[in-house]
Design a protein around this ligand. Structure first.
Ligand SMILES: [Zn+2]
Ligand SMILES: [Zn+2]
Length: 195
């Protein structure tokens, strides 16, 4: 529990959480508010969709931070024959076994030694500084979910920002007596075709 709390309090993790809060506030209470008005039905619908993506991204991020990516059980060795747990079954599927000189223990294929965590991690993908953790067997799904929902929320935020800037330009042009055509106000179908 102490280690998990320590991970949550690390500088990169706190920086990501602060950035998420900033993007959420700016998107909902600045961009969406000025574009559609959060209290209007369309504004509320957009805010709910964005909030769902942002919430899922935040939860997946926290899960990726605190979940143990999966270490090699101390009992693991080439003689493993009767798997009981999920991890043991995964290990048995491995065709060959390697040896880690740093941990002085056997490790299944696709298990790599992380220099930052100072241990072997099952199905290790990489060590991510932003989650302060390795991405491996047990937290791979959380990490992918975080990237996926984060991408959806970012695109949503970007579109809101673009629309707000274009609306601002239109207002300014009208004030100066010029003609300005909103580049994204083409109707739902045409906008989707553009994407
Ligand atoms: Zn190792
Ligand atoms: Zn690591």
């Amino acid at each position: 529990m102490g280690v998990k709390r320590c991970k949550l309090l690390s500088l990169p993790v706190l920086a990501v959480i602060l950035l998420m809060c900033f993007v959420y506030y700016a998107t909902v209470f600045v961009f969406l508010e000025e574009w559609l008005g959060v209290n209007s039905s369309l504004g509320t619908t957009n805010a709910i969709i964005f909030s769902f993506s942002a919430f899922m991204c935040f939860v997946s991020f926290l899960a990726a931070v605190v979940t143990d990516p999966g270490g090699v059980p101390s009992s693991f060795g080439p003689e493993l024959e009767s798997p009981q747990s999920k991890v043991s079954r995964f290990l048995l599927c491995s065709s060959s076994v390697e040896y880690c000189d740093k941990c002085c223990s056997y490790k299944p294929p696709r298990t790599h030694h992380c220099r930052v965590c100072k241990r072997c991690v099952l199905k290790m993908d990489h060590h991510c500084t932003w989650i302060g953790n390795c991405v491996g067997y047990a937290n791979y799904k959380c990490f992918i979910d975080c990237v996926l929902y984060g991408s959806i929320a970012s695109i949503y935020s970007m579109v809101s920002l673009q629309y707000r800037e274009a609306a601002k330009a239109m207002w300014l042009a009208q004030k100066c007596g010029q003609n300005y055509r909103h580049p994204f106000n083409l109707g739902i179908y045409s906008n989707l075709k553009l994407v």
